[in-house]
Design a binder for this molecule. Structure first.
Ligand SMILES: NC(=O)C1=CN([C@@H]2O[C@H](COP(=O)(O)OP(=O)(O)OC[C@H]3O[C@@H](n4cnc5c(N)ncnc54)[C@H](O)[C@@H]3O)[C@@H](O)[C@H]2O)C=CC1
Ligand SMILES: O=C(O)C(=O)COP(=O)(O)O
Length: 612
């Protein structure tokens, strides 16, 4: 899903909420202009400008150049060779396994991407130690509970995972544990190898006709259900977010948590570890289970209160448990749970098949490379998942959105803090068919970066805005017309601020600019109440004057004398002989003297120089 070049450039090291927590999102309202159809819209975000605008941009290219032009990827756990080959073809790859936390912190500031499995804790301290260089964390697997997503988001580091390649392996492992546990395979194996022949001790239980409760009916859970059906088990599932249709297709009833745990003979855990699932299986919930229940955990150790499980095993509430995952990995050598005779254990092997590891390695390598190139990864965990075709279609508008943000913030008079930004999208497209998250992020980037040291990308735009107390309100105007073109125009309004260029104020006193995409390039089409039409390239001088003959020539000749190349010029006026705005594109920043001469030109009432 490669993006058009401008967008790649726009989205350093990756470019933005999703399956995982993303800072408070915007709210959408709809605005209707005359002759417009009705529609819905949403979004508020935020930033408070510091007084001195300064240009700032950081790109992956910049990060990569620190490593001699090629990005550097640190791989801290064993990864399939096919994935490593892909990474090596694109980047310098440092495979350093079993790093201590301190060693990881020391290395991370030297790399652009980090690839981990479940054994590396990517904490806030790691992101802090990266000092802004780390742009991507690739989790070669599903669970991202070992990565501090909030910290990643705050620093604009994209987190991607490989959500599909190990599903079957994990489901097969759950089935392996289920059957092994029911027939005491591990215990009997150890006993026989110890020279014993204990046939009556290891009588098992049958699976046919027993009820299995699948807790968490996602990718792994539903594959477990399919397989367990083949074993003749009756399957029920609990998952507050799973679609009923998917369960029905597999022939599974979705039931409440209490019903699932109180009716099941076997309970298999397949939910992620989150604050709401942590220690979900505890004294209270074990007490509701059928006496003699058997539990399989191939999800995360942390969803079970291990001490409560030990008590439930000791008092017979739980007859057996089969555990692949533990709160602490590896668990302490003397762990009573691991040593318990009714517990079967494996050392987090759910994803460990040759096939799954190859698949995961390739999946994560592709995601990391894409992110380093500036693409938005389909498996982004802390950024919106925007389909490639949408990104490609929106790419010129992404450039426009950032330029408008950059331009509008430079029109603010020093000292007047920006608190509310209104972004108005005019489009003939149904609001549900227009994903504006990336545009909102780019307006935010354009507004915040020139006035702060913050690095803003699609990952952290909402977060940075919120931190700065900037509220971004999105509105949509539904136009009649062809929905082929995603957007007719984008307007950016700054409310309740003073402008250093009075001509930029609209009738209601907002600083207002509007832009359109013309022939694939961004154009400025409105300043305050004045229509203009200039390409948003290079730098811009805006002059407000009394509309009279000769002014354009005078200003043009001042610039000519100063040897300044004018790339374009456009004049918009309210009425003949009244106020007019002249927008002049210049390749380079004019000398102070040229600006003074422009300001001294009779009839020029004000002017401003803006860097795009
Ligand atoms: N042991 C191992 O090596 C492996 C472990 N896993 C773990 O298995 C778990 C599931 O993985 P996938 O199925 O790929 O993820 P998934 O995201 O497809 O499915 C998780 C499901 O859990 C559900 N869920 C969330 N909160 C819940 C709650 N409170 N109660 C019930 N259901 C809830 C979600 O709605 C979702 O449907 C993850 O924790 C993952 O880390 C995955 C692969 C290998
Ligand atoms: O994908 C997951 O969630 C897993 O638990 C697999 O972990 P691993 O990559 O084998 O350390």
């Amino acid at each position: 899903m490669a993006l058009a070049t401008p967008l790649c450039n726009r989205l350093p090291a990756v470019a933005a909420p999703a399956r995982a927590p993303y800072p408070a999102g915007p709210s959408l309202t709809t605005h209707h202009a005359p002759s417009l159809r009705r529609g819905r819209l949403r979004s508020s975000l935020a930033a408070s400008p510091s007084p001195e605008p300064r240009s700032r941009s950081r790109s992956l290219t910049a990060a990569a150049s620190a490593a001699g032009g090629r990005p550097t990827v640190l791989v801290t756990e064993k990864l399939g060779p096919a994935g490593l080959d892909l990474l090596r073809a694109f980047a310098n790859v440092d495979c350093s396994y079993e790093l201590t936390a301190e060693e990881l912190r020391a290395k991370v500031s030297l790399v652009d991407a980090l690839v981990v499995r479940s054994g590396t804790r990517v904490t806030r301290e790691v992101f802090e130690a990266a000092r802004g260089r780390l742009r991507v964390v690739g989790r070669a697997g599903v669970g991202i509970d070992n990565v501090d997503l909030q910290a990643a988001t705050e620093v604009g580091c994209l987190v991607v995972n490989a959500p599909t390649a190990n599903t079957v392996a994990a489901a097969e492992h759950a089935i392996a544990l289920l059957t092994a546990m029911a027939r005491n395979v591990a215990q009997a194996d150890a006993s026989l190898k110890a020279g014993k022949w204990q046939r009556s001790k290891y009588v098992g239980v049958t699976l046919v006709g027993k009820t299995l409760a699948v807790m968490g009916f996602g990718k792994v859970g539903s594959e477990v259900a399919r397989r367990a059906k083949g074993l003749g088990m009756d399957i029920i599932a609990h998952d507050p977010y799973a679609p009923v249709d998917r369960a029905r297709t597999i022939g599974v009833d979705l039931v409440s948590f209490d019903e699932a745990i109180s009716t099941a003979d076997f309970i298999s855990l397949h939910m992620p570890l989150t604050p709401s699932t942590a220690k979900l299986f505890n004294d209270e919930t074990f007490a509701k289970m059928k006496k003699g229940v058997r539990i399989i955990n191939v999800a995360r150790g942390g969803v079970v209160d291990e001490e409560a499980l030990l008590r439930a095993l000791d008092d017979g509430t739980v007859a057996q448990a089969a555990l692949d995952v533990f709160i602490e990995e590896p668990p302490p050598r003397d762990s009573k749970l691991v040593q318990h005779e009714n517990v079967t254990v494996t050392p987090h092997l759910g994803a460990s098949t040759t096939e799954a590891q190859e698949g995961v390695a390739v999946e994560i390598a592709e995601a990391v490379i894409g992110a380093l190139r500036g693409d938005l990864a389909a498996t982004a965990v802390n950024a919106p998942m925007v389909p490639a075709e949408v990104l490609s279609e929106l790419s010129p508008y992404v450039v426009l959105a950032e330029k408008l943000g950059r331009l509008v913030v430079q029109l603010v008079a020093g000292g007047s803090g920006v608190k509310v930004v209104k972004v108005v999208y005019s489009s003939a497209r149904d609001p549900d068919d227009l994903d504006t998250r990336i545009l909102r992020a780019m307006v935010t980037k354009g507004i915040i970066e020139p006035i702060s040291s913050a690095f803003v990308n699609i990952v952290n735009a909402d977060y940075v805005a919120k931190q700065r107390g900037l509220r971004i309100v999105e509105e949509r105007i539904l136009l009649d017309g062809s929905p082929e073109i995603p957007l007719e125009s984008i307007q950016v309004h700054l409310t309740n601020v003073e402008s250093k260029f009075a001509g930029a104020l609209s009738d209601v006193g907002d600083i207002t600019v509007e832009g359109k995409v013309k022939d694939g390039s961004p154009h400025l089409t409105l300043v305050g109440s004045f229509n203009v039409d200039v390409s948003l390239e290079g730098n811009l001088i805006l002059c407000r004057q009394v509309d009279q003959p000769g002014i354009i020539g005078k200003v043009g000749s001042i610039l000519g004398k100063m040897n300044m190349n004018v790339s374009f010029m456009s004049v918009g006026r309210t009425a003949p002989g009244k106020q007019a705005i002249m927008a002049i594109g210049v390749d380079e920043a004019p000398e102070k003297e040229a600006l003074k001469l422009i300001g001294d030109t009779p009839a020029v009432e004000e002017f401003v120089f803006l860097k795009l």
